[in-house]
Ligand binder design. Structure first.
Ligand SMILES: Cc1cc2nc3c(=O)[nH]c(=O)nc-3n(C[C@H](O)[C@H](O)[C@H](O)COP(=O)(O)OP(=O)(O)OC[C@H]3O[C@@H](n4cnc5c(N)ncnc54)[C@H](O)[C@@H]3O)c2cc1C
Length: 464
C-alpha cells in the first residue's frame, strides 16, 4: 500500500537535507526501530534528522504525493510503540530542533522548538523563578513527544497535564502545510480547538514543530511526606480523604516495599525507609515556608491520627529529597531491570477505585502465577502495572500477557476507567480501545484522521 523508498526519493531528500542528517540502510541505529519498552519493532527505510520546520514541510509534501509513510520521533522514550514506523518509510527525528526560541516574560509564555528536552525547559526557566508544571517521570523526553502523548506525571493532581500548559502549536500537516493552532492567549473559544486535537494525537494528525507553553511563577517551597501504611490497599483507600482535607497536595503517589528494593538495587543507594509494606508519598508546594508547613502539618496529623498511618517521615533536606525522588523516578527502569522482559498497563480509573483495582492485580498475579508489581499516581487514578516474564518461556509469557491485558482492560471498563492515563495507545494498546470507547467514537476518530490525513501517511496503524 505504501511506496517503498527508492534511489530517486533519496536523491530528492539529498537536495535539501545535509548528508549527516540523512540516514539510510545500515546507518540507521537499532534504537530507531523501537521505543523504550521495545515491545514493537520495525526499522524505517530512511531517517531524517530535521533541523527546521521547512525541511519537515518539504518531506511531508513529497511523501504525501508519493504515498510514503512518515513517523515523527522525539527521544523514543514512549512505552506503546508510538514512534515505531510499523509501515517502514521515513522517520523524522526532531531532536536537533532543540532551541528555546523566546521567553516572553510579560505574557509568561515560553516558545520552544519541538525537540527541546523537558529537562532543558526546567533548567532554563526555574533559575529565573518560573515554573512549567507538567512533571512526567522521563525528563529526557522531548516536549513534542510530551505534547503528542499529552504526557501526565506526578503533579497532575494539582496542575493538570501537558494539555493544560500548551497555549499554541506550530504544526506541519500531512500535506506539508505549516499552520499555527491557538495563540499566546489565555482564553480561546474561536471555533473547534484543533490545538487540543493535536495534543494527545500521538503523531497521527500532524507534526508539532514549535510550542508556546504557559508558565507561572515558581512555588518557592516544596515539601514531601512519606507515609507508611500496613498494606497498599489501606494506604490507597485513604487518598480520597486526603484529597478532601483542603491541604492542596501537588502529588500523591503510591508504591510498595518490593518496588523500593528494586530501586535500591538499581540505583545502588538506600531509600530513607523500607520498614513497611507500603507507602503513600504526598507533596505540597507554596510560595513561602509557613504556607507549605500549614498544609503538610495538617495532612500529617490527619494521616497519623485518623487514617491509620504507621508513621510520617518529612522529606525536607536536599539529601532526603534526592533519595526519595531519584528512587521514585527510577521505579519503571528498576522493575524493568528486575526481569527478563515486561509489558505495561497504564489504565486510569476513578480515584476511589484505585485500591480495588490494585487488589484485582494481586488476584491476577495469583491466578496466572506471574509477577505483577505496580506503582502509580494514587492522586489521579493512573496506575502503572507491570507484567514480568522472569523465567517463563517467551511463548508462554505472551499467552499469559494477552489474557492478563484482556482482564485488566475489562476491569478498567467496569470501574469507569480508560485504557491509558498518560502513555497513550500507540500500537501496543490499540486492540483494547474500541471495547471501552465504543464503535461510534472510533468512527469519529477515523473521520478526523481522514480529514487531516486523507492518504493515511502519518504514523499509520496507530491508536485504532
Ligand atoms: C522511565 C520512564 C518514565 C516515564 N514517565 C512518564 C510519566 O510520568 N508520564 C507520562 O506521560 N509518560 C511517561 N513516560 C513515557 C514517555 O516518556 C512519554 O510518552 C513522552 O512524552 C515521550 O516523549 P518522546 O520525546 O520520547 O517521544 P517518542 O517516544 O519519540 O514518541 C512518542 C509519540 O509521540 C509522537 N511524536 C514525537 N514527537 C512528535 C512531534 N514533534 N510531533 C508529533 N508527534 C510526535 C511519536 O510519533 C509517538 O507517537 C515515561 C517513560 C519512561 C521510559
Amino acid at each position: 500500500m505504501y511506496k517503498q523508498i527508492d534511489k530517486k526519493d533519496i536523491e530528492y531528500f539529498k537536495t535539501f537535507i545535509p548528508q549527516n542528517c540523512l540516514l539510510i540502510g545500515e546507518e540507521i541505529a537499532d534504537d530507531y526501530s523501537k521505543d523504550e519498552l521495545g515491545t514493537v519493532k520495525r526499522f524505517p527505510e530512511v531517517v531524517i534528522k530535521a533541523q527546521n520546520t521547512k525541511e519537515i514541510s518539504k518531506v511531508m509534501k513529497y511523501c504525501n504525493e508519493k504515498i510514503i509513510s512518515v513517523t515523527a520521533r522525539g527521544s523514543g522514550t514512549g512505552l506503546v510503540g508510538g514512534c515505531v514506523p510499523i509501515e517502514g518509510g521515513v522517520v523524522i527525528d526532531l531532536t536537533l530542533m532543540n532551541k528555546i526560541i523566546n521567553f516572553d516574560q510579560e505574557n509568561l509564555v515560553l516558545e520552544v522548538e519541538a525537540g527541546v528536552l523537558l529537562m532543558d525547559i526546567y533548567s532554563h526557566i526555574e533559575p529565573l523563578g518560573y515554573f512549567y508544571a507538567p512533571d512526567p517521570g522521563e525528563k529526557s523526553a522531548t516536549i513534542g513527544g510530551n505534547i503528542a502523548t499529552n504526557a501526565g506525571g506526578m503533579r497532575a493532581v494539582k496542575y493538570g497535564v501537558t494539555r493544560d500548559w500548551v497555549l499554541a502549536l506550530e504544526v506541519v500537516l500531512p500535506n506539508g502545510e505549516i499552520t499555527t493552532m491557538g495563540r499566546k492567549v489565555v482564553k480561546d473559544t474561536t471555533g473547534y480547538s484543533l490545538k487540543n486535537l493535536i495534543i494527545g494525537s500521538e503523531g497521527t494528525l500532524g507534526i508539532v514543530t514549535k510550542a508556546y507553553l504557559k508558565l507561572i511563577p515558581r512555588p518557592a517551597k516544596v515539601m514531601s511526606l512519606l507515609v507508611p501504611f500496613e498494606t497498599l490497599e489501606e494506604g490507597i483507600n485513604k487518598v480520597p480523604q486526603i484529597l478532601q482535607s483542603n491541604t492542596d497536595p501537588t502529588a500523591i503517589e503510591f508504591f510498595d516495599r518490593e518496588t523500593i528494593i528494586f530501586a535500591e538495587t538499581f540505583l545502588g543507594k538506600n531509600f530513607p525507609d523500607a520498614n513497611y509494606q507500603s507507602y503513600i508519598l504526598l507533596t505540597f508546594d507554596g510560595f513561602d515556608e509557613a504556607d507549605v508547613k500549614k498544609k503538610y502539618e495538617k495532612a500529617a496529623d490527619l494521616c497519623l491520627n485518623e487514617l491509620g498511618a504507621k508513621d510520617v517521615l518529612i522529606v525536607d533536606t536536599d539529601e532526603r529529597k534526592d533519595d526519595v525522588w531519584s528512587a521514585r523516578g527510577a521505579f519503571l527502569e528498576a522493575i524493568k531491570a528486575s526481569t527478563t522482559q515486561m509489558d505495561e498497563c497504564d489504565v486510569v480509573v476513578p480515584r476511589a477505585k484505585v485500591s480495588e483495582f490494585i487488589h484485582f492485580t494481586f488476584e491476577l498475579a495469583k491466578k496466572y502465577n506471574i509477577r505483577i508489581p505496580s506503582f502509580g499516581h494514587a492522586g489521579d487514578g493512573n496506575l502503572h502495572i507491570y507484567i514480568c516474564r522472569d523465567d517463563l518461556e517467551e511463548e508462554e509469557f505472551l499467552r499469559k500477557l494477552d489474557l492478563i491485558f484482556s482482564e485488566l482492560f475489562k476491569k478498567a471498563k467496569v470501574s469507569g476507567g480508560l485504557v491509558s492515563g498518560e502513555h497513550g495507545i500507540g500500537y501496543a494498546k490499540k486492540a483494547y480501545i474500541e471495547d471501552i470507547l465504543g464503535k461510534s467514537q472510533i468512527e469519529l476518530m477515523r473521520g478526523i484522521k481522514k480529514v487531516f490525513d486523507p492518504n493515511n501517511i502519518l504514523n499509520p496503524g496507530k491508536i485504532f
